[in-house]
Write a new protein. Structure first.
Length: 344
């Protein structure tokens, strides 16, 4: 009997211990939830979906982490399609960039540091499925992004949904100039960032993709122009078909055919005055800064006349060959256009 009582006592003690453990576990569950809430509240929220941790940036929504804090930077792109848009970027090697010389004239393509961005809405939604190297808001419904030289345009609805997408791809445009293929590369998320170049049949860059436009003025001469975002001329060069620079002394070069039957031409080279908004400097073959004004030139840009201040490019006519021009000192001079006509 004593033995049976001892067994029952042990069983009662064990049952009591189990009930106590269950009660403790039951009490711990709500405590665990409070701990989770507390950890969510300790997120360093920068703005909307952006949080910061250990010097990096991540994406969250209502405390739930959507993207870990692995981004090096974030940018506010503005309000598009009824929601604020953010670009979170990670450093990623290099990408092509336009090079400028000491006179602020473009001259080639180099490399610059590259950052690849993921685009999120304020609610933490990944908007574009691929990383981009630049992103810019255009208006309240339009977002531009660039990736590997191509430009993409996204149109958003008021509800933040993408309703239309277009792409201007990098590479050949379909235009052929003096037997060379025109190519295009977008250096940023803007139509104004496009650089155009010319490539041969083997896709070798005969003329780098840094210009705004080309004019095949003669069968062996190409005018390459680069303008800034305000439409002002930055650089103007005359190339041959092999990509050799024949002349780069002027801000602008204009050629006008005077007689189609005899193939006679008249050329004018223009250098802007220092007070204008032209952002670059033009120099002659000896490195001296060119005097501002106009002058008559041949097919290679060589000067055929002195400098005059009259903008006559829209007044030139084969019916009126004698013109009165103004010298830089204000004096007048008579010019016979026959003295400056050439056959290329």
């Amino acid at each position: 009997m004593k033995k049976l009582f001892a067994i029952l006592l042990v069983m009662m003690i064990m049952l009591s211990a189990c009930e106590k453990a269950a009660e403790e576990n039951f009490e711990k569950e709500p405590l665990g939830e409070k701990e989770n809430i507390a950890s969510e509240e300790t997120l360093d929220i920068i703005k909307d979906c952006i949080f910061k941790e250990n010097g990096k940036y991540g994406v969250q929504h209502e405390g739930k982490i959507i993207a870990e804090a692995v981004y090096d930077e974030y940018r506010e792109l503005g309000r598009i399609g009824g929601t604020d848009i953010y670009a979170l970027g990670k450093e990623s090697g290099t990408k092509p960039a336009v090079l400028y010389d000491e006179d602020s004239r473009i001259y080639g393509v180099g490399e610059t540091a590259n950052t690849l961005y993921d685009i999120y809405s304020a609610e933490g939604r990944l908007i574009i499925s691929y990383p981009v190297d630049d992103a810019e808001k255009y208006d309240k419904k339009t977002l531009y992004v660039s990736a590997k030289g191509s430009l993409y345009e996204y149109i958003f609805s008021d509800e933040g949904e993408i309703t239309a997408e277009t792409c201007d791809p990098a590479g050949k445009t379909g235009t052929v100039i003096n037997g060379l293929d025109e190519v295009r590369y977008y250096y940023g998320a803007s139509p104004l960032s496009a650089g155009y170049g010319l490539a041969d049949a083997e896709d070798y860059a005969v003329i780098p993709a840094i210009y705004t436009s080309f004019t095949p003025i003669f069968k062996d001469r190409i005018i390459a122009e680069a303008r800034n975002g305000f439409g002002m001329m930055n650089t103007c060069r005359i190339y041959d078909n092999e990509g050799n620079i024949i002349c780069e002394k002027y801000h602008e070069v204009i050629y006008k055919r005077m007689n189609a039957e005899t193939n006679e031409w008249l050329g004018i080279g223009y250098v802007a005055n220092p007070e204008s908004q032209i952002e670059s400097v033009c120099r002659d073959e000896e490195g001296k800064i060119m005097a501002s004004g106009f002058r008559f030139i041949d097919k290679d840009g060589k000067e055929l006349s002195g400098v005059f201040t009259d903008d006559i490019k829209d007044e030139i006519s084969s019916e009126e060959m004698l013109l009165t021009l103004t010298a830089p000192d204000g004096s007048k001079m008579e010019a016979d256009l026959n003295d400056y006509i050439f056959i290329p």
